[in-house]
Write a protein that binds this ligand. Structure first.
Ligand SMILES: NC(=O)c1ccc[n+]([C@@H]2O[C@H](COP(=O)([O-])OP(=O)(O)OC[C@H]3O[C@@H](n4cnc5c(N)ncnc54)[C@H](OP(=O)(O)O)[C@@H]3O)[C@@H](O)[C@H]2O)c1
Length: 315
């Protein structure tokens, strides 16, 4: 995405960039303050120079790479959010803005990371964590000032949506999961999607940030789609209804009540018509209701969310 939008970044925003480090468990802490070749990175070719081998941990790596922006895109660790939280902290402490697609740090350490970023005059941004490139987290403070968010309802997990649609068409649960894996929607281990964890993490992230509620993941009342049989799904369809895994949050006198569970929706409900990777959310504001649909996003949409945060951070 950085390469694809390079001329736009330079021409419209006066932003020039170079990649000075890349890290993962397999590749280690690769860094070159003079810049790594993006095409080599895309081809998984790493520099021979011994300098980067000196980096043994995130702090050494940050000190050597000296970034102004750090992108955190490691796998979600839903129980603790680690090691992503420590990596983001290290980046902010080193003076880099932090941009993340990983929901773990938002759910487990939002306030701490937000306050740390503020104290350093930096940004901690995470637009891609929910609905990829769709502007949700950035929309509220800038385009909806002084609004009160009373609750929301969302269709936020692609794998469940694909599995339920395929079961309606006649596949068994296992065949529908396999189909979702074949089209690249479901992970090799799709448990987090099928058991409602991915959706619950998204509900928690939205409630924590947009409703200012310190909701814990175990406070989201969660039921996945495993217990639904193809017979139930098809019977609902025959009766003019459709099962969807629905995320909800609502502000009550006792705080925010949140849930993820399969619900039967009438075909007059706009969410009932959505299939595949399409996701949607309806916000209940004190001033009006607002719905957003993201049609068939792929990994490009996630990359775009990261790029949009990058521009917001450095401008
Ligand atoms: N894919 C999407 O469209 C999408 C959309 C929205 C949000 N997200 C979020 O974006 C993040 C990345 O998604 P993905 O689909 O690329 O996930 P992924 O397939 O699990 O890949 C994550 C990468 O993180 C690295 N990694 C995992 N644990 C690590 C650790 N402890 N330390 C350092 N590196 C680690 C892995 O490389 P090694 O195995 O070499 O460590 C791998 O390259 C996730 O948090 C996901 O929830 C993804």
């Amino acid at each position: 995405m950085l390469v694809a939008k390079e001329s736009e970044l330079r021409g419209k925003y006066d932003i020039e960039w170079k990649i000075t480090g890349v890290a993962s468990r397999r590749i280690g802490w690769v860094a070159d303050p003079n810049g790594l070749d993006p095409q080599s990175i895309l081809n998984h070719q790493w520099p021979e120079a011994p300098a980067w081998k000196k980096c043994q941990n995130v702090r050494q790596w940050l000190a050597y790479a000296d970034p102004s922006v750090f992108f955190e895109i490691s796998s979600l660790e839903r129980r603790t959010g680690q090691p992503a939280i420590d990596h983001i902290k290290a980046a902010l402490e080193s003076g880099a803005h932090a941009v993340s697609a990983n929901k773990g740090p938002v759910v487990h350490a939002y306030r701490e990371l937000r306050d740390l970023a503020r104290s350093k005059g930096l940004k901690f941004l995470f637009e891609s964590t929910v609905m990829d490139g769709t502007p949700i987290f950035s929309m509220f403070p800038h385009s909806l000032p002084a609004v009160e968010l009373r609750g929301f309802r969302g269709l936020l997990n692609s794998t469940s949506n694909v599995v339920l649609t395929e079961m309606e068409k006649g596949l068994s649960f296992d065949e529908a999961v396999k189909k979702a894996q074949e089209i690249g929607v479901a992970e090799t281990d799709p448990s987090d999607d099928l058991d409602g964890w991915d959706a619950a993490v998204k509900v928690a992230a939205l409630a924590i940030v947009l409703m200012d509620e310190p909701l814990r993941l175990d406070q989201v009342d969660r039921t996945g789609i495993r217990a639904l049989t193809p017979q139930q799904v098809r019977a609902a369809r025959a009766a003019g209804m459709r099962y969807k895994l629905i995320c909800r949050a609502e502000r009550t006198a006792d705080g925010v009540r949140a849930s993820v569970r399969p619900e039967q929706l009438p075909m007059t409900d706009p969410f009932a018509l959505l299939e595949g990777t399409t996701s949607a959310i309806r916000f209940d504001l004190d001033v009006f209701g607002l719905s957003i649909i993201e049609h068939k996003p792929g990994v490009i949409a996630t990359a775009y969310g990261l790029l949009a945060d990058f521009i917001r951070a450095v401008k």
